[in-house]
Design a protein around this ligand. Sequence first.
Ligand SMILES: C[S@@+](CC[C@H](N)C(=O)[O-])C[C@H]1O[C@@H](n2cnc3c(N)ncnc32)[C@H](O)[C@@H]1O
Length: 270
Amino acid sequence: MNSESAAERIDTTKPHPARRYDYWLGGKDNFPADRESADAVAEAFPTVRLAAVENRNFLRRVTRYLAAEAGIRQFLDIGAGLPTAGNVHEIAQGIAPESRIVYVDNDPIVLVHARTLLNSAPEGRTAYLDADLNDPERILNHPDLLATLDMKEPVALMLVAVMHFFTDDRQPYDLVRALCDALPPGSHLVMSHATNDHLDPEDLAATTEANKRSGVPFQLRSSAEFTKFFSGYELVPPGITAVMEWRPDEYRAQPRAEAVSMLGGVAQIS
Ligand SMILES: C[S@@+](CC[C@H](N)C(=O)[O-])C[C@H]1O[C@@H](n2cnc3c(N)ncnc32)[C@H](O)[C@@H]1O
């Protein structure tokens, strides 16, 4: 891992999803181009910060479920994002210290901050791959992945808030299928995704235009389109839901589904 060249690769003139998400979550690793892009989205969808927070809460609850209830000890988190409170290894190893986690992201700024993700419990192991989801073969055959995960044991593939950056022309369903096909029996697929389920045509047009203006390719999907990613797999109850309704921790006032507009689901692959 060469973090000096990663630092050189960081382009602060263009908005990047990882830094924009960091801004919505209240982080400091973002630049004016990211904030401008984030604000363009927020103009059409003012509750986008709430969506980011609820998405992150979903990721934490799912990781806890997988480690504590499903017995999963290996995680492949693609589109991991900048480290923030409650990264996958912290939660999983808090329950099962022997857990092994491979983080993947294609943004050089995430690589620069990856040290935090490599802070594994001594009983387990973590690795970070500077790699692109467009090339599943490279991820699956990467020596650092193969040194970290036992590909004969179940793996949780986490694609949390990442597939909406894949417009239909980039074969998102084929990419997810290629990754799942490579995983052993007992593996799980975890996904969350921005949805247009609650938008009337006028809001949909405004949001689509704002996403175009924001400079980051983005595609909202309906629950039917999202559910297609899981086709042939066994959904874990309660199935596909709004992210905050997926096994909520305890009773608390829930935001309205349209204010979050993020769907989540977990399935056992085979
Ligand atoms: C919105 S963030 C989500 C972070 C984390 N998964 C979460 O839900 O809290 C999306 C992440 O996906 C990464 N990403 C987008 N396209 C990618 C690609 N083609 N390959 C790898 N990572 C990608 C971005 O760099 C960013 O860090």
